[in-house]
Write a protein that binds this ligand. Structure first.
Ligand code: PSV
Ligand code: MN
Length: 393
């Protein structure tokens, strides 16, 4: 693709202007590996300061108007007040992530635990998360379970599925109005032998059983190397069961690096499936979230970069010449079809994105504008004393 014709340009700019990317509250807190957490200056000390950071990302990018919360990491007395603060800052509270993986009681699992009392406690937390959603006005309850077993024979695989189904049913039945249950799968970790929701097929089957408002979350970091993630995207879209993404990049396992940093081509292929299914528009209901931890890089700047990476991949996907691609596919012209796709991928969309931001009244270079703004210096000076928030707090 050499020149972008004016009609295509307008179509792409309009679609990009509508795009919405949700950032995670935990990306702004300190995080690390099990070896070391490197604390950074200016890190938020409470959910309010995390919201302020998320609002800063939105101010410079214009396409990140919501922040996801993790309960209890973002525990506050008054969620409606936090939602009000977010509004003042120009954003809204988004997805509520339940956390049933950090309590001693969950050693043998949460909702799949062999002990009914532990299962009741875990389900109680899921229901409390829906209470939070009622207060914040959030649409989505996102569930990821660390449940699994370490040794063959440790527990009944089948009964654990029954327990999982029962817990999901109770959470699902608690939802009202437009609220949805989003089930996230993960290949492995922390259990070594068996994971109770290890793949999209398991998540899909449970969501099918639950009903229309249960959908699957694809965390891009949660697959075996070489997995064709865009196939999963296409399959779930076709079935009407793709609810959300947790975007990030991985080299080895669940590294939670910036989306588009390890394999921007994969991100493009994913966004191509989204665009082909006309699933980009917010009205289509797919939540495009980030699930990242910035262990050694400055956090707000890294989230801004991540948002831009998603925008770049999306812009390229929007540039695919669909009539030419369809013609080549129908003619069985393998090389031409591939060339059409690669043409779009190889287009430098940065000038187009600069134009988009100018149209939106933003600085064309959000990273540079953020650095010039002095935000980091200001919060570093302000956020002294207290306890810095971290992954897990
Ligand atoms: C689990 O690895 C996960 O991807 C889930 O989405 C959690 O909520 C999140 O990470 C916590 O960082
Ligand atoms: Mn995730």
């Amino acid at each position: 693709m050499t020149e972008i014709d004016p009609t295509t340009r307008r179509r792409v700019l309009d679609a990009l202007r509508e795009q919405r990317i949700e950032t995670p509250s935990w990306a702004y807190g300190n995080s690390g590996t099990r070896f070391k957490v490197f604390a950074q200056e200016g890190v938020p000390r409470d959910p309010y300061e995390k919201v302020a950071d998320a609002a800063t990302v939105h101010r410079f990018t214009g396409v990140a108007p919501t922040v996801a919360l993790h309960i209890p990491w973002d525990l506050v007395d008054d969620y409606a007040a936090l939602a009000g603060y977010a509004k003042e800052q120009g954003i809204e509270l988004g997805t509520i992530n339940a956390n049933v993986f950090q309590d001693d009681d969950y050693k043998l699992g949460s909702v799949t635990n062999p002990d009914p009392a532990v299962r009741r406690k875990a389900i109680g937390h899921l229901l409390e998360c829906v209470d939070v959603m009622d207060a914040t006005g959030s649409r989505d309850l996102k569930l990821w379970f660390s449940d699994g077993t370490n040794y063959p024979g440790q527990d009944s695989i089948r009964q654990r599925q029954d327990r999982l189904a029962e817990a999901l049913r109770q959470a699902y039945e608690r939802l009202t109005g437009r609220q949805r249950l989003l089930l996230e799968y993960k290949l492995f970790e922390p259990a070594f032998y068996l994971t109770d929701v290890p793949d999209w097929g398991t998540a899909y089957a449970h969501c099918l059983e639950l009903g229309e408002r249960a959908q699957v979350v694809i965390d891009t970091g949660h697959h075996a190397p070489g997995t064709n993630i865009e196939f999963i995207v296409a399959f779930l879209l076709r079935a009407g069961k793709l609810g959300a993404f947790d975007f990030n990049s991985r080299f080895y396992a669940d590294d939670d690096l910036m989306v588009g940093s390890a394999d921007p081509f994969q991100l493009f292929r994913i966004m191509h499936e989204i665009v082909q299914a006309d699933a980009l528009r917010p009205s289509q209901g797919i939540a495009f979230m980030l699930d990242q931890c910035h262990n050694i890089e400055p956090k707000v700047q890294a989230v801004i970069r991540s948002v831009l990476n998603v925008q770049e991949a999306t812009a390229k996907a929007l540039l695919v010449d669909v009539p030419a691609l369809t013609a080549a596919q129908r003619a069985g012209d393998v090389l031409e079809a591939n060339a059409v796709l690669m043409d779009a991928y190889n287009t430098d969309v940065r000038p187009l994105l600069r134009e988009l931001r100018e149209e939106m009244g933003l600085d064309p270079d959000p990273v540079a504008a953020y650095k010039r703004s002095g935000y980091l210096e200001r919060v570093t000076a302000e956020r002294v004393g207290g306890q810095q928030a971290g992954w897990g707090a």
